[in-house]
Design a binder for this molecule. Structure first.
Ligand code: PLP
Length: 520
């Protein structure tokens, strides 16, 4: 199954450029353009002194350049992408065909509601379906990412307390296994973040939670199943305690694969939840988007006649039974407001629309179940191996994902989780999420989703075992991985440093000509 990545350093299109080289264009068209441009008179001072520095290549060179670049990339169309927490699943081609439909691309968000009823209906239905899936009472597909859904959610918590005259509640409690966006969203909304530890059994440490709750508690943000893939066994008790303390419960449902169709945040006592359409609902992601992180609420009363639904961000899509029309409803008086331009990442929502429609309730449930079976099958393959350990909740079944620790491997051979990840790349496999969650040393966070076959999961486990054997036999070798990819091992610090990022060809050229200061 391994995907051999193309191995070469592809030059920039500017480096491939040669003066005067060009693609073909019908002569007649060219004459037309010349005539049109010749007739234009630009205002004084706006005309350039020299020609723009555009790359000059023949057509086939352009095609080959981009084809080679595409062969250097790896995605779920090449092989498994078992990035724990990120849920990289197969995207059905039917949804892609719809999303690329030229009729959709031609729409403009300022078109009148009456002219785009079909799209609005689809957005509305996703809002409605998500209510059923999460067990909530109202949803908004407005947020453009999971983290933006979270921000909306914590702003709802803030507004809730302010409207009730309890604006002094300034603390959000977050378990230490949380995704980094949870404390970040809470802090962005102006809250203090109080971290509670995870107990050895993988559940939240209840004594620490009780001690953390108090008069200043605004709410709790939690992922269930946690990022360890473990279902929080005390969730009902946690919900009771947080509500008793006067706080709201926020459910980070970015990854719903472990429980979809089986359990719902709304039934566990949560007041607010977001889901990522670009994870559980198959919308392709990576490289920063475009995503979609709808946020949903229970119809909890805030003050007289106002419920959490009135606080949701927007616009939201409503349905008017009288006229039979779907409407774009701008954010109202109580709403936390707009978070982005226009209505939503419409194509991403449509992608999820097709996925949900195609699978139906039974299909979604089955997808979740298969993903859980896949995780636990993988655990069985790795269990008892000398190099890998599965800390927290020993023996408890995992849901959608598992966090493996390469600490025993490191102690024995010096090879780290990063070395294992690079070794997987060399085998033409994709590395898992590493060094997250922070509470697991040498963490490898693995999630196959429902997309992968038994054989693929076995091959992945086999490769991880092979890597461990190589590390034992020749510990230096693993430090040179990857060898088979288009880039060798990068310097982690420099690769993440803004000064080393080359935003444009001009910056790159200045750097090469030594006209840009040394990198610091
Ligand atoms: C991915 C993820 C998020 C954040 O979602 P983005 O769309 O990347 O902003 C939050 N929580 C969990 C558990 C996640 O897996």
């Amino acid at each position: 199954m391994g995907w051999r990545q193309a191995r070469w350093r592809e030059p920039l299109v500017f480096e491939l450029s040669r003066p005067g080289r060009r693609g073909s264009a019908p002569i007649a068209v060219e004459e037309d353009v010349k005539r049109a441009v010749g007739g234009l008179r630009l205002p004084e001072g706006l005309a350039r002194d020299s020609l723009p520095e555009l790359p000059q290549l023949s057509e086939v060179e352009v095609i080959r350049h981009f084809t080679r670049l595409s062969q250097m990339a790896y995605g779920v169309d090449n092989g498994p992408v078992p990035l724990g927490s990120c849920t990289m699943k197969y995207n059905p081609r039917a949804a892609m065909r719809l999303a690329f439909d030229s009729r959709l691309e031609a729409l403009h968000p300022l078109q009148g509601d009456e002219h785009v009823q079909g799209v609005l209906e689809a957005l509305y239905k996703v809002q409605e379906w998500l209510k059923h899936i999460t067990g909530m009472d109202a949803c908004s597909v407005h947020p453009a990412a999971g983290s933006q859904g979270e921000l909306a959610g914590v702003l709802v918590i803030k507004r809730f307390h302010e409207l009730r005259g309890e604006g002094w509640r300034n603390t959000i409690v977050v378990p230490d296994s949380a995704h980094g966006t949870n404390p970040a969203s809470a802090a962005m909304a102006g809250f203090q973040v109080l971290e509670v530890p995870t107990a050895r059994d993988g559940n939240v440490d209840m004594d620490a939670l009780k001690a953390a709750l108090g008069r200043d508690t605004a709410g709790l943000m939690i992922t269930n199943p946690s990022t360890l893939g473990l279902f929080e066994e005390n969730i009902l008790e946690i919900a009771r305690l947080v509500h008793e303390a006067g706080g709201l419960l926020y459910y980070d449902g970015a990854n719903l694969n472990g429980i979809i169709g089986r359990a719902r945040p709304g039934d566990m006592g949560f007041d607010i939840a977001h889901v990522n359409l670009h994870k559980t609902f198959s919308v392709p992601h990576g490289g920063g988007g475009p995503g979609s992180g709808p946020v949903c609420v229970k119809s909890v009363e805030v003050v007289d006649g106002v419920t959490l639904a009135d606080l949701l961000p927007g616009p939201r899509i409503t349905y008017d039974e009288e006229t039979g029309l779907y409407r774009v409803q701008p954010p109202g008086r109580w709403s936390v407001g707009r978070l982005r331009a226009w209505i939503a990442n419409t194509l991403a929502v449509l992608w999820a629309y097709v996925y949900i429609l195609a699978l139906g309730p039974q299909g979604l449930r089955l997808a979740g179940e298969v993903s859980v079976v896949n995780t636990n099958y993988f655990i069985k393959l790795l269990e008892g191996h000398w190099a890998y350990d599965i800390p927290y909740g020993k023996g408890r079944p995992r849901k959608h994902e598992v966090v493996v620790s390469a600490k025993p491997l490191k102690l024995e051979t010096g090879a780290t989780a990063e070395d294992v990840a690079k070794g997987l790349l060399d085998a033409g496999l994709y590395a898992p999420t590493i060094y997250f969650p922070l509470i697991v040393e040498e963490a490898l966070m693995i999630e196959f989703t429902e997309s992968e076959t038994k054989e693929n999961i076995e091959a992945y486990a086999d490769r991880m075992k092979e890597i461990a054997e190589t590390a034992r036999k020749s510990p230096e070798e693993v430090k040179w991985w990857p060898k088979n990819t288009s880039s060798r091992r990068v310097d982690n610090v420099r690769a993440n440093h803004p000064r080393t990022v080359t935003p444009t060809w001009r910056v790159e050229r200045l750097r090469r000509e030594g006209k840009l200061g040394p990198l610091r």
